[in-house]
Design a protein around this ligand. Sequence first.
Ligand SMILES: C[S@@+](CC[C@H](N)C(=O)[O-])C[C@H]1O[C@@H](n2cnc3c(N)ncnc32)[C@H](O)[C@@H]1O
Length: 603
Amino acid sequence: MPMDSESADPLKVAALSLDERDPAEAQANGNGYHPVGNGDTATDADEDKNCGKKKKKKKKSKGKSSSDKPLPTQKIVDQFFPWTAVNKQVVGRCAIASRDIKAGELVVAEHCYAFIPRRHDRSVVCHSCCCDISPPAQSFECPGCRYAMYCKDCKGRAMEEHKQFCRVSNPISGIAKIADCDEDLLRFVFALVLKGRSHKNMSKQISNGVAVDGLSNDGTVQDGIVYPSYEDCISLKTHSEKATPAWKESVRRGCQLLYEEAVKLGAQSVDNLDITLDDLETLAALVNTNSHGMGAHGAGFHNADVAVGIFPFVSMLSHSCRPNCCFSSEGKVMYVRATQDVPKGSELCISYINLYEPRSTRKMQLAVSKHFLCRCQRCSEPFVHSVDRYLEGCMCTVRGCGGVVVKTSSMIEQDPTLAPGDSLTLHNSSSWKCDQCGRLLDPKLSTYPVDPTSLGDHPWQLVASAEAELASAMSMYRERRFKESRVLLEQYISQFTGKLHPLNVLLFDALTPLMNCCRASGDAAEGSRICRLILNSMEKVLPGVSLEQANFYFCLGEMYTQRAESAGTNVMAKHYKKLAQETFQQVRRIREICLGKPSLPSS
Ligand SMILES: C[S@@+](CC[C@H](N)C(=O)[O-])C[C@H]1O[C@@H](n2cnc3c(N)ncnc32)[C@H](O)[C@@H]1O
């Protein structure tokens, strides 16, 4: 059965950020929850937040801060997995292979420290074990908050544990609206508070000599899975200092209301929370920097990113726009596997974002949502020699040149001190240059109006008109008017082919919806042609295997099967059946590397 057009977008990647609309991290002031990234000096804001007690200016510590040191359980992890954490100047702690690693090998398997289902998916995933509870599976809703939902196996125990969360869970939606703050982020912060509280209670019991059944405060590895500790979690990095004022304000307001609510309900349900407002803000920052999407490739979830969790050891892997590892979750466990052979001493990286994007877009996304300037290998190689130039390039119109015209601002390294908005302005007013003949085109020197037949000499106009036409086709596609959007998408592609570079993201972005339109109308012949174009482009831009690539091969296999079924002759039926088998074999091969199982996605 084909995936539907929404879920069949195989390029949808598991996002790391909870609040992509205005993501950032909170102001961190060291107390209680966060020995991470503490500023060295006390500011006036510190005085406000710490009830008027001005902190003493700390001397700059010569030793390592806790966000430089390996996580407390790292030594144990080193014994079971083929990497260790090393502190590098640019990226901070990162995972370095401690021996040669083969493609498909497990790099780490980690149980989440905490997770929450995403709001929109709250009824399809058990809030306790993260299994799929979409129908026909049985599910049970908490009658108190009417938010939490459990599978039949978790129901009894989970409802009991949920009691402490239940009363605060109810007002979180309202609080998020008032504060204009992400509701999932607030839910996650509160889940971490409760985790922290049970950790403290456990510590007390342990120090009083009371055994706690099967629970430990220490991180462990059991049956090949890392169980991180509370200390591992709070030793994670936050980029507190780089948060935008708007985000800080909304998070602070959300946390403040959450805090007041928790205190108000304290006598009955959340007594002895033992946290401050600063702690809540720091947890929000920690979640934003370190949370991972879950359920992206699980059995019944069709690429949906249904939950988010904190996995401190998975968090040790840096981002790369040309990663050598990928991650996938099953229930509450996240698995990271090498997608290619990795020699001893190399850095292990995953991707935090969609990689079929121009360099400037990727950098902007990471700067805005994750607050760092990407220094990966792909972003560091000279732009004029990188495949990245094709993703935003137009074809040079000088006869016989064959070069690619790109913005000159893309050719130079972005100034890291520029605010994202300023750098965007700079980028938009940039001149354009051909990488072969060196012809320079400058929007400031050009005359208007532009003759539409000579758009190629005005690449800024060409790109603007491609963006506008793609947007209108896409809005029709989103309304699921597949017939009309197919016409628009086909017109769009024929109009801009030969003007934009064939790998330009503006052409690439039209292909998946067009393929889905073809599939919706049963046109497997054209659908499979488009799918092969997508795979071709992906393989040129992102060499190596990925789950996204496996998903496209799976779509292709389904379309070949359809063609076999509707073939007029036996010979053609045999031909397409063989193609389908070979394509599904390719899917199994890629999924074995990425997921450790040579399976097909469930359709
Ligand atoms: C999930 S954490 C990774 C672990 C982190 N390095 C630490 O020491 O805790 C993400 C942070 O690592 C750094 N980082 C990861 N990938 C990077 C990259 N490609 N370029 C620059 N910094 C990177 C950034 O500071 C980012 O916010």
